[in-house]
Structures are given as C-alpha cells and as structure tokens.
Design a protein around this ligand. Structure first.
Ligand SMILES: [Zn+2]
Length: 298
C-alpha cells in the first residue's frame, strides 16, 4: 500500500508496556471487546466473554475479563520490535486510520449521516480498555464502550507467523475490519445484535455473531475498494488482505487449536466466507450490498 508521507490520523494513542503509567482510567460499562477472531487468543477471549455474560449480562460495568495468561516466556514479548519498527508501525496504522476516516465520512455524508471517528490505541503486552483489561493474546479488538480499537504492536508479527498473512495490507485489512465494527455501532447494528444475546441459545446467537463479523469483513472490503479508487493499492495488496481473511477463519483456527472443526462454535465465519465477503465489499464499495443479515446462505 502506498502510505508513506500521507496524512496520519490524530486519533491514535500509544501506550507503553504494562505499568507504563496509564493505570486507573474509568471502566465504562456496557461494552465488551470484539476481537478480530483468531488464534488461541480468540478462543481464550471467547471463554472470557462467556464468563462475563454468565456473570449477569452486558451491563456489568465492574466485571472485567480475567487477565490473559502471563508471559512466562517473557523474552518473546520483550523482544517485540525495535523502537524504529514500532514507530513505523504506528505511522502506518495512523495513515490507514486516516484513510478510513476519509472514506467513511464520504460514505456517511452521501447518505445524509454524520460519521463519528473512532480512536485507535496501540499498546505493548496489556492495556486497560473501556471493556476491561486486555492483553496481546486477544488480538486486535474494538471496544464499543469507548469506541476505540486496540492493537498490540506485536500483532503484525503474529499475522505473519501464526496466520500466514504477511504484508502491510494484511494489517490494513485487520484495522479496517475493526473500523467496520465501529461503523456497525454507528449504524445501530452492533447494539441490535448484542440485544439478542440474552434471548437466544448460544449456538443460535453465534450465527448472528458470524453475520456481524462477515459484515465487518465486507466493510473492510469497502475500505479496500476506496484505497484502490484513490490509487493507493499496490500489486499484491488485495491478495495480502485475502490471505489475512482466510487466516482468521474459524475453521482454520479451530483446526489448528483443537484439531477439529465445531461449526456451532463459529463466531466469525469460515476462511471461505470471510474471503467472500471481503471480496464482495471490494467489488461494490457501498453499504447496500453488505447486508449479511438478510442473505439466506452466507
Ligand atoms: Zn470482528
């Protein structure tokens, strides 16, 4: 992706490692993090979320997810990246976020709506979010309570090593997907789906979660559509995003983690579905063709 020298969003906050002086902050109620899906982290957070729900529903402001596993093999996490690499990563994410702001303002304005920009917090190891304490194990997520996307700076490396998705546009897809959740919040879709959580059995609710996630993939595709339209897409970028979408598919992740696939536990969609919806968003570049909730076969 052509990103150097372009506008970087002013909505990016950087947090240091745990204990870096950002403690405290108020813990907003009513939200829970929406992870990218994936990896062992994704499965762990699924359990954590179950715990949070089991403890009395979405409104439990004081209840926070249990901290992720401590990094006993600390060196792995301490050797994340050099300062230079971190700076570059933050710069890149800032430019991608700025692009999403431009595109979503345009798309919302065309429909007579106002787009409120989300924030992005990059961190190392752990961070206190409006949805509770988060760790890098969770992968990137969007917290509706503070309308902020959280990305651990080590995730770019994880993408390559764990999800077999390298390249800058793989990461752009991930951020655009999380911004997609913010767009869903702006449109009222997120609240509507969460409202079903207490009314439906888990397996049935999971089907709505899958549609929600596939829609975020579609919206990431819309971002890619605009990126191309503006001449910022480079050779290989589209494929990088497709590889990332495939890499975070439920079937592939379950197969890796559990050695088998359990469709009732799908919350994000299969690799195939995630690629399909991303590609569809890329093709149409609008909101109208992304209604994953009213499609018989996703
Ligand atoms: Zn998601």
């Amino acid at each position: 992706m052509k990103w150097r020298g372009r506008r970087s969003s002013s909505n990016v906050n950087r947090r240091g490692s745990a204990g870096g002086g950002f403690g405290g902050g108020s813990r907003g109620g009513g939200g829970f993090p929406i992870p990218m899906g994936g990896g062992i982290g994704g499965i762990i957070i699924a359990l954590i979320l179950f715990f949070v729900f089991g403890g009395g529903g979405l409104g439990e402001g004081n209840q926070q997810p249990a901290p992720g596993p401590t990094h006993e093999n600390g060196t792995e996490y301490n050797q994340v990246q050099s300062q230079e690499e971190q700076d570059e990563l933050n710069e890149f994410l800032g430019v991608v976020l700025a692009d999403t702001e431009n595109y979503w303002h345009e798309i919302f304005n065309e429909r007579g709506m106002e787009y409120v920009e989300p924030s992005l917090t990059t961190y190392i190891d752990t961070v206190q979010s409006g949805c509770g304490l988060a760790s890098s194990q969770m992968g990137p997520f969007y917290c509706p309570a503070d309308e902020t996307i959280y990305i651990d700076v080590s995730f770019y490396r994880d993408l390559k090593n764990e999800y077999e998705a390298s390249g800058d546009f793989a990461l752009a897809y991930v951020l655009a997907h999380e911004v997609g959740h913010h767009v869903q919040k702006q449109l009222g879709i997120l609240d509507e789906v969460y409202g079903l959580q207490s009314q439906l059995p888990e397996a049935e609710f999971n089907q709505y979660m899958v549609r929600l996630e596939l829609q975020a993939d579609y919206l990431a595709g819309v971002f890619a559509h605009y990126t191309q339209k503006n001449g910022y897409l480079e050779q290989g970028d589209f494929q990088e995003a497709m590889n990332a979408a495939a890499g975070v598919g439920d079937d592939r992740i379950q197969e890796k983690a559990w050695g088998r696939v359990v469709p009732d536990k799908f919350t994000h969609g299969t690799s195939e579905q995630r690629m399909t919806w991303f590609e569809r968003g890329f093709e149409y570049g609008d909101l109208e063709n992304g209604d994953t909730f009213n499609v018989q076969n996703i």
